[in-house]
Design a protein around this ligand. Structure first.
Ligand SMILES: Cc1cc2nc3c(=O)[nH]c(=O)nc-3n(C[C@H](O)[C@H](O)[C@H](O)COP(=O)(O)O)c2cc1C
Length: 303
């Protein structure tokens, strides 16, 4: 009823956890059963360890949060040494999210993971990072660079390659098409939306970096619109992300064209949400006589 596939990989549930909101998996093992998820996506892993941005780097908003974590992570070598063992034991699909500041960094990072003993089924490529060789503009802003990066990584792995798109672009469908042309098996969308906040008592920004990424229910309509634009432009499956917190949200994303979805910010409020939404999704299908959830994919009926 809930199973779906990307290429030859089966997902037992369409619900995955979004990068950066589920740590490396083991942090939340006492709070939820990761095995019941369709998949777990790690936080972004980079070639070198990163401390991330100085605090404050998180701030709550009326319907979500702002963050400027800055890709804090242990670096790929420590990741393979210390974190892969736990992930290998999970009885669900593990996807490793990677990030870099040059194409070579992405390549090196992916190569090191490919040579490790991981049981992961694929990679999610975070293209929202600044490209230091191209003036600091994010990789995922330009179709040519996205395609070049995807092609370079495609040559190195036969595992799933998912390009994670940023909404902070002029036409996300152009970037999705470039990913498809570069050989991606899927695209996921969206990453966070640029935002900021000011403390009016101190007149200081709420984040040390001034600008950060907005996530949570506030961005759901933006995410939905982006997913639908992508759906009309590519043939590869789409993983919808952005503000999902209820089973109705999941159905909306599937009707807009997503095959799977990720839960991000809501994990902080309810770490067990991926598990409980799975049960609710089964109930939804039974009540509405949906034999296979995938039959609803892209089923929006225009006015
Ligand atoms: C605290 C935090 C950290 C995040 N870290 C990453 C990251 O390391 N890599 C990445 O690709 N996305 C990261 N994201 C973005 C999420 O994976 C997701 O795309 C975004 O938050 C939108 O989904 P949501 O509204 O369900 O949270 C992060 C989001 C949050 C809130």
């Amino acid at each position: 009823m809930l199973t779906t596939k990307i290429k030859d990989i089966e997902f037992k549930s369409p619900i995955l956890t979004a990068s950066g909101t589920f740590g490396y998996g083991h942090e939340v093992q006492d709070l939820t059963d990761g095995n019941m998820l369709g998949g777990v996506i790690t936080k972004s892993i980079t070639l070198h360890p990163r401390e991330g941005n100085p605090p404050p780097r998180i701030s709550e908003t009326p319907s979500g949060m702002l963050n400027s974590i800055g890709l804090a992570n242990v670096g790929v070598n420590e990741f393979c040494k210390l974190k892969l063992d736990y992930l290998n034991k999970l009885k669900t699909n593990v996807i490793i999210n990677i990030a870099g500041s040059t194409i070579d960094e992405y390549i090196e990072t992916l190569k090191i993971i490919e040579n490790s003993d991981g049981n992961h089924i694929g990679y999610e490529i975070n293209v929202s990072c600044p490209n230091v060789k191209e003036g600091g503009m994010a990789f995922g802003v330009k179709p040519e660079i996205t395609e070049k990066l995807t092609k370079s990584l495609r040559k190195l792995t036969s595992k799933l390659l998912i390009v994670k798109l940023s909404p902070n672009v002029t036409k996300i469908e152009d970037i999705a098409r470039a990913s498809e042309q570069g050989g991606a098996d899927s695209v996921s969308a969206i990453n966070t939306v640029v935002g900021m906040g000011i403390d009016i008592k101190s007149c200081k920004p709420v984040l040390n970096t001034v600008f950060g990424g907005l996530s949570g229910p506030a961005i759901k309509p933006i995410a939905l619109a982006n997913v639908h634009k992508i759906y009309k432009s590519v043939k590869i499956p789409i993983i919808g992300i952005g503000g999902i917190s209820t089973v109705e949200d999941i159905i909306e994303f599937i009707l807009a064209g997503a095959s799977l979805i990720q839960i991000g910010t809501l994990n902080f409020k309810e770490p067990n949400i991926g598990y409980s939404l799975r049960d609710e999704l089964i109930e939804y299908c039974k009540t509405n006589n949906v034999l296979n959830l995938q039959d609803l994919c892209g089923g929006i009926d225009y006015l």
